[in-house]
Design a protein around this ligand. Structure first.
Ligand code: NAI
Ligand code: AKG
Length: 446
């Protein structure tokens, strides 16, 4: 490993003890930068790595709220404003009990590079809370969101920092957050959040964008490799926003999704998953995936969500959460002759899993390229808000598709240029790094 990278990683671990997901995300990016650092010493001379791994601002705050039983609860809120070299901070909010600084920092760090790949003028950020939305009433969710925004409001703005959804934060939560922001600021600032409702500043196709974008980039890679999607059997983990719309688009293109999951287990339906039923269970009833069996008793349910990767498939689309595919899971996928893995989730493969995937020449698209369609469409939502315009579904979808094609081509050509032909991890990391690092050089020591 390049001395400079090794020195920075050692310092990172010392200064951010215990934040293992953050270490993992940084290590993956920095390791691919070796050819760049060797060919241009200005990054080292200007301490770009030391600066790029240090968030510009970290906000941690108390979120008190009252549950339906009248008890006062306290959660912790986070917003990590990581890098603004390319534009206002941009990235989602995650509500999940596992959220702590290490998770928010890994997600914020990934977001810097993902956002750079979209070609839109957006910096990187992430936020959230250790609040668990599971089992909470609508009123409890609203009170929590209002309390969360009461503090967050002072830190964000349409030209400062623009949050959106992530795990546990969808259209309902964005609505409550936006309502409270508007009330506090006494100003209709549509561009302060993305993922809004269609009648109050949201963009058509933002709901579908991450899942659709994932399939668009996969389709572009398959076109390049002359492989067809038609008839392929697919595993999509998760059954939330990304998973549902990845399923929708890949099915439309002729593939068959045979397994989906939630945090309690997974279902296998050899006839192909009935997506309308999944939407009903997850988007309307907010229920568990197991309820699928009530309509399709011949389908199978297993109560270990991680075992979904033992299902025979051609394509694996992890769309649930970080580190959901470990070495053991990848061995199983390879044994079952998987052709390609594309990451809808952020960092779903462990480092050992990625290494084995690459050693076996499995086609692989890393999350910061593969799931960039969501944030890219958020940037399109910001553009529409700034222009007081509303584009049609087809117009946004077409722009999204073109952005995903561009990301694939940029990652592929950059990989080849730096001697890593076919390695989209290196290609995506290097292409994104060059944009952000060069902007930082231009802007001086800030
Ligand atoms: N929503 C967006 O626009 C974007 C989301 N992502 C990433 O995609 C992933 C999913 O996010 P969303 O779909 O937005 O969240 P969501 O909250 O809509 O859905 C998450 C789904 O994953 C399931 N899940 C959680 N832990 C699981 C586990 N260990 N095994 C199986 N299923 C599990 C949940 O039950 C739920 O179905 C996350 O990694 C997120 O960071 C990435 C880019 C954009
Ligand atoms: O739309 C956005 O701003 C953020 C989406 C997101 O959280 C992500 O890309 O991981």
């Amino acid at each position: 490993m390049h001395n400079y990278i090794e020195k920075v990683l050692t310092k990172l671990k010392k200064r951010n003890p215990g934040e293992v997901e953050f270490h993992q995300a940084v290590e993956e990016v920095l390791e691919s930068l070796e050819p760049v650092l060797e060919s241009d010493s200005s990054y080292e001379e200007n301490s770009i790595l030391e600066r790029i791994i240090e968030p510009e601002r970290q906000i941690i705050f108390r979120v008190p709220w009252v549950n339906d039983a009248g008890e006062t609860k306290v959660n912790r809120g986070f917003r990590i404003e990581f890098n603004s070299a390319l534009g206002p901070y941009k990235g989602g909010l995650r509500f999940h009990p596992s959220v702590y600084t290490g998770i928010v920092k890994f997600l914020g760090f990934e977001q810097i590079f993902k956002n750079a790949l979209t070609g839109r003028p957006i910096g990187g950020a992430k936020g959230g809370s250790d609040f668990d939305p599971k089992g909470k009433s609508d009123q409890e969710i609203m009170r929590f969101c209002q309390s969360f925004m009461t503090e967050l409001a002072r830190h964000i703005g349409d030209k400062t920092d623009v949050p959106a959804g992530d795990i546990g934060v969808g259209g309902r939560e964005i609505g409550y957050l936006f309502g409270q922001y508007k009330r506090i600021k006494n100003r209709y600032e549509a561009g302060v959040l993305t993922g809004k409702g269609l009648s109050w500043g949201g963009s058509l196709a933002r709901t579908e964008a991450t899942g659709y974008g994932l399939v668009y980039i996969l389709a572009e890679m398959f076109k390049d490799k002359q492989i067809t999607l038609e008839g392929k059997e697919v595993i999509v983990s998760g059954s939330g926003n990304v998973a549902i719309y990845a399923n929708e688009k890949i099915s439309e293109l002729g593939a068959k999704v045979v397994a989906m999951s939630d945090s309690s287990g997974y279902i296998y339906d050899q006839n192909g998953i009935d997506l309308d039923l999944i939407k009903e269970i997850k988007e309307v009833k907010r229920g568990r995936i197991k309820e699928y069996l009530e309509k399709y008793p011949e389908a199978e349910y297993y109560n270990q969500c991680h075992d979904i990767w033992t299902v025979d498939c051609d394509l694996a689309l992890p769309c649930a959460t970080q580190n959901e595919i470990n070495l053991e899971a990848v061995k199983k996928l390879i044994e079952n002759d998987v052709i390609a893995i594309a990451e809808g989730a952020n960092m779903p493969l462990t480092p050992a899993a990625i290494e084995l995937v690459q050693a076996n020449n499995i086609l692989y698209i890393p999350g910061k390229a593969a799931n960039a369609g969501g944030v890219a469409t958020s940037a399109l939502e910001m553009t529409q808000n700034a222009m007081f315009a509303e584009w049609s579904f087809e117009e946004v979808d077409q722009k999204l598709k073109q952005i995903m094609i561009n990301i694939y081509q940029e990652a592929s050509t950059t990989a080849a240029k730096y001697g890593k032909k076919g390695d989209l991890v290196a290609g995506a990391n290097i292409a994104a790094f060059l944009k952000v690092a060069n902007a930082m050089l231009d802007q001086g020591v800030v």
